[in-house]
Design a protein around this ligand. Sequence first.
Ligand SMILES: Cc1ncc(COP(=O)(O)O)c(C=O)c1O
Length: 500
Amino acid sequence: MDHQTTPLLTALRRHAAEEPVQFHIPGHKKGRGADPEFRAFVGDNVLSIDLINIAPLDDLHQPAGVIREAEALAADAFGADDTLFSVQGTTGAIMTMIMAACSPGDKIILPRNAHKSILSAVIFAGALPVWVDPAKDRRLGIEHGVTMDSIREAVSLHPDAKAVLIINPTYYGTSIDLRQAVEFIHSRGLLALVDEAHGTLLHCHERLPMSAMQAGADMAASSVHKLGGSLTQSSVLNVKGGRVDIRRVRSFMSMLTTTSTSYILLASLDAARRQLALNGRALAEETIRLAVETRRQINEIPGLYCFGDEICEQPGVFHYDPTKLCIHLELGITGFAAEQWLRETHNIEVELSDLTNLLCLVTLGDTKRETGLLIQALRHLSDTFFRPEAGSIAPNGASSPPVPGAVSLPAAGQFAMPPREAFYALSESVELLGSCGRTAAEFLYVYPPGIPIVMPGQTITAEALDYIVKHLEAGLPVKGPEDPAVQRLRVVAAEEACLV
Ligand SMILES: Cc1ncc(COP(=O)(O)O)c(C=O)c1O
């Protein structure tokens, strides 16, 4: 296939250049009706291709023209049989994937560290989650992948499950032996679904973990916008192997997608595919080289540790993505405090922080200049907070909250009722701390990374409440409940729970 071409971007540019008189939405009409400051700032080029599904520009809901051609090129680039563009992020692609795989009442085997979009999909599909705990890294306070033994056990206990979902790689960058897992899952007649939100580059370089399509998975949702160079909210759903009905997958994608699809986002996917197909390997090579060198320098800074090859000796880790720098702090401050300090002192924004780590992503957009600034700032952070003789206590004048230390994601726990039933059940609002033992009717998660701590249907445990309290005390962004202050939580009303 000719990856030099960009069918959709080219059609949009040609259409805009012909300057048709537009009597259709969007009402800003090439920017003339837009707010002048916004128009001047973003520029007329962008506004001229903010178009809609008129005949020459195809329709994402039933692509047969330039969008279909762009998707076919993307499928070739990602090693898929079919690729569907998503303008609703990987969240939209994950919902499509799970709803196409599971009918109401079907079981799906999920890792406990699944993103909230997976749980939303389970609720919409009416599927029944079977939880598998990932391997925990107690030193770093993070979760890795689900071990093969855990996958085998879950499948043998639930041979009637429809699918197993795997995260490749995790937010922090570790992967399991995906090919082995997919082969096993297929040998038991189940579908292998992959959340590849953080894995768009995997297909480009052999130094990175194997991609879902290389491993033979049936479907994989990938955030091209996160690491592949397209615009925020643009993702793909890759499909392979004939175990799923592509027409059904397309109907779910259409049901879940706005009818006013953004052609700016779609064009950015077309262009990102061209760049990845033509130069992805070279760009990934340079990114990996930069990240490996940055990691080496971080590991020379007192009080900081950034895992490398040795992480593959941990359970649940077969490979890792070196472009993700998970910086473990032994400085007497939380990751969140370090994130704020970097923002205020060095104008540096990280991808995420947790109680004991910072996560920094080195991508196609970085150069030595940015990584140099990060190293400089981290050295300053260490100079300010590292106190070996005092067990890493903050020095005079540098205020930092007490560090609670790494806490593990609580086990998924018991489900008193299926998530969908709990979500739609009669519910009542109770004090968060008084909710232990009750059945949750809403989500609680820290975002990022967006892994539900408590989810509808789950019996709320003391362990889960302790995890939430520690995160709230450290100032981390706990979200999900209707009460934005997270003082109260919706639980299934007592009378409804009695009926279950
Ligand atoms: C593991 C994982 N899966 C899925 C998603 C959802 O991706 P998106 O933001 O593109 O909807 C995220 C987002 O952070 C994620 O971290």
